[in-house]
Design a protein around this ligand. Sequence first.
Ligand code: HEC
Ligand code: HEC
Length: 268
Amino acid sequence: MLLENLHLGAMWALVAGLTGGLATGLSAQEQANPFTAAIDVQAGRRMFTRQCSVCHGVRATGGDIGPDLTTGEFEHASTDAALFSVISDGIPDTPMAGLNRNRTDQAVWQIVAYLRSLSGGGERVAVTGDASAGERLYLGAGNCSSCHRIDSEGGRHGPDLSTIGDRRSPEQLLSDLVDPDERVQTAWWRMRVTHLDGTRVEGLRMNEGTYSVRILDADDNLWSFMKRDLRDSERIETSSMPAYGATLTDGQLEDLVAYLYGLSRRDR
Ligand code: HEC
Ligand code: HEC
């Protein structure tokens, strides 16, 4: 058993350097799409029609083979950077092959921009809450930044919320707050393990290989275990996020939704 009590920045570099898969996706989480102008969305749509619509349908709403890509949520990607790798590299052992090798990064980002434009990013609706009160709550009593990042400030125990307003509607945001367990993507599943020496650790499953597993506990310690040294391990598929329906008033929830909905790449 190894406890790596490193400074977070160094830790991420280490994890990203050592392993692929999940850790790479997370470490690239900060990378924002550099190609989001209207002209990029158009270019993305043209490429999509030519190369993707056979399976996903001309309007990306799903076909016989490929799933609907307009819901604003992706099973295999929660960030733009992760979406980039799905489009570029495909999904192993599925018909989703990814673009061919001649593709440029710009082309992939433009398709990402197009897919993002299909959900949430469409029409803006009016919200009733007070966004600045929501921001104070987010940073203060709500303690949301202990788990979430906005513009690279905050914790790593939940999704980056820097542009959450582009991905989620106000109704979806409210349901994120009151019913976090309703849909938890695999990237946010946690693990609870007991080492042969009795040590118990619970936290985010950073990456899991055949022989080893890494876990980030609530105090930001990164643990590394050989599986043969574990007495037992259990996967937790519920969210680590508390449900706020009972602890926050309706007004506070509306303020938070107003603040989150305003977090958009359009404003930067
Ligand atoms: C040959 C059929 C096929 C083609 C062509 C194809 N896809 Fe897919 N795609 C799939 C299938 C099937 C899945 C679902 C894989 C799974 O999860 O089992 C998928 C999954 C995806 C996902 C992940 C969806 C999620 O919920 O995480 C994205 C994003 C995606 N495709 C984008 C694209 C783009 C962009 C293109 C064109 C560059 C493309 N696909 C071309 C079949 C295809
Ligand atoms: C203990 C850690 C933790 C705290 C504290 C926390 N969250 Fe979360 N949050 C998560 C995790 C993990 C997820 C992803 C799993 C899920 O959907 O519940 C999440 C999901 C979300 C989502 C959906 C994100 C997406 O990409 O769809 C929103 C919005 C959100 N949280 C807002 C908040 C707000 C606002 C607060 C403070 C009032 C907060 N969270 C407090 C861990 C946390």
